[in-house]
Design a protein around this ligand. Structure first.
Ligand code: TYM
Length: 327
């Protein structure tokens, strides 16, 4: 079974990326040979400082490795290193309609009213590049967070349409959502998802945040009214904090709430911060160590691209034949 996912190397990675996507992605390497892409072609759909983009791409690779990705098992590479992604994305623009791309929530959020005419073409057609990533490897399972489900639905529609027009080619990919953590919310506002593009750093816990920063952010995290520590939809802020707590300790949310019977938010928050720090410190140590050898990271990414290349080339050739291109 082919498993594939991607992550944008466009800044910090946060605990939402980890609990919603990276954690299960890494676990899947034990039974499969998954492919994980650092999607720089996606990242440039909003302006990027070239030096930072390069560094962020290496940082994302180092973070995957620090979190436990084994490059002998999983294939990790930089999307732009295989031109097949961009080539297939173009072909898919001829199969998708403006209407279905306009319906994408992420695009709609970026461009309302007047602003809409200024939204970049890349941002508009971005879901087709994601569909190309998936279909290039005929992926069947796509481990992602909840916010990418709509994009995956589009990839499914495109795959079905392609199959109808040109004959059976692609399996229809399914989303693999984390049981818990598929949608981690902002610490400063539990009604919006935790996001690297949030205006306030108090929205997220970056995987690279140091102990003081973590303590400070958790202290400032919004909580719900009342003082009891319970897990439920009536307390969305607390529910989110408990999901994070449970995610980094592997304890059930109920087990955690039982410990705080009769105690208040202050104890809970202190312990949550400690749990996060205990979880993040060894990862950060490995991460810093990995970043001291840039060449090694570049070599791992090249090796990943070379392992993936034959299959990407094979699928694209098959598609070109089906379209009637002279080969
Ligand atoms: P990106 O880079 O925005 O996010 C990477 C992964 O992290 C998940 N995620 C979250 N999960 C839970 N809670 C959150 N607050 C949260 N924020 C982010 C995302 O759902 C995602 O799984 N378009 C994709 C990258 C991509 C891709 C692909 C994914 C490109 N090609 C092919 C799958 C297959 C994106 O921008 O993810």
């Amino acid at each position: 079974m082919r498993i594939l996912s991607g992550i944008q190397p466009s800044g910090i990675l946060h605990i939402g990326n980890y609990l919603g996507a990276m954690r299960q992605q890494i676990a899947l390497q034990e039974e499969h040979e998954p492919i994980y892409l650092l999607v720089d072609l996606h990242a440039i759909t909003v302006p990027q400082d070239p030096k930072l983009l390069r560094q962020n791409t290496l940082n994302a690779a180092a973070m995957y490795l620090a979190l436990g990705l084994d490059p002998e098992k999983a294939i990790l590479y930089v999307q732009s290193q295989l031109s097949e992604h961009a080539e297939l994305a173009w072909i898919l623009t001829t199969i998708a309609s403006m209407g279905e791309l306009e319906r994408m929530t992420q695009f709609k959020e970026k461009g309302r009213g007047e602003e809409r005419t200024k939204v970049g073409m890349g941002l508009f057609s971005y879901p087709l590049l994601m569909a190309a990533d998936i279909l290039l490897y005929k992926a069947q399972k796509v481990p992602i967070g909840d916010d990418q489900v709509q994009h995956l639905e589009l990839a499914r529609d495109i795959a079905k349409r392609f199959n109808q027009r040109f004959g059976d080619t692609f399996p229809i990919p399914d989303a693999l959502l984390a049981e818990s953590g598929a949608r981690i919310m902002g610490l400063d506002d539990p009604t919006v998802k935790m996001s690297k593009s949030a205006t306030s750093a108090y929205n997220y816990i970056a995987l690279t945040d140091d102990a003081d920063t973590v303590r400070n952010k958790i202290k400032k995290a919004v909580t719900d009214s009342g003082s009891e520590i319970t897990y439920g939809n009536d307390k969305p802020a607390l529910k989110n904090l408990l999901t994070i707590f449970s995610g980094v300790t592997n304890e059930k949310a109920e087990t955690i709430t039982e410990r705080y019977a009769g105690k208040g938010y202050a104890d809970f928050k202190t312990d949550l911060a400690d749990a996060l720090i205990a979880f993040l410190s060894p990862i950060q140590e490995r991460y810093q160590h990995l970043l001291t050898d840039e060449q090694q990271l570049v070599d791992i990414l090249h090796a990943g691209a070379e392992r993936a290349r034959p299959q990407a080339a094979h699928t694209l050739k098959e598609i070109k034949e089906k379209l009637g291109f002279v080969l």
